[in-house]
Design a protein around this ligand. Sequence first.
Ligand code: SF4
Length: 220
Amino acid sequence: MPRNRESKTNRQKRAIEVVTRLTALYPGEQCLLEHSSPFTLLIAVLLSAQTTDAAVNKITPELFGRWPDAPALATATPKDVEATIHSIGLYRSKAKNCIACAQKLLGEFGGEVPDTMEGLCSLPGVGRKTANIVLTCAFGKSCGIAVDTHVFRIAGRLGFSTAKTPQQTEADLLALYPQQYWSKINHMWVLFGREYCQARRPRCLACPVADLCPSARLSA
Ligand code: SF4
């Protein structure tokens, strides 16, 4: 399956077959970050950068117990928030961003999380990846595809993108997949990336989409 000679039609067929198989493997679209509102999801996603979802889920009950919404978190001190989230990486900058984010929500959005890409991306520390997750999981809106490290790697290995940046990878995937698939991709590719298409040692021999993958290593 030489990548450069593949027609767009064939690539689209492969892409849809990949999602069809992975949907069967990972049914449901639930977000792995525990949350009870758009605000708690937004903060949980901000905290999850370069940290596992499990580590974030350990600290958010106390965090949201103390500061459950934007008006509450906007008045918190960085020192108090740092003490609550210090078990995760980059906790100092994350505490600063979370408070700044809450203050901006309070000052410009009436304390509510906006449900638009533009509004979300105007918040401190929020880029398209975070905004896409919030739009999909909190508001049920498919405005794009959240490209994290798993989606970036898998898109490259499957020959769906040769881009060097998450932004361009997202553009390639949006051009490849009809919109009805966008909301499924991040969640299922994260699980697939953890279970099969791992960064260092992809498990190609056991991979459920190996026959669709130009990067498959099928000899032991
Ligand atoms: S065949 Fe290997 S490289 Fe390709 S998607 Fe599967 S695990 Fe990843």
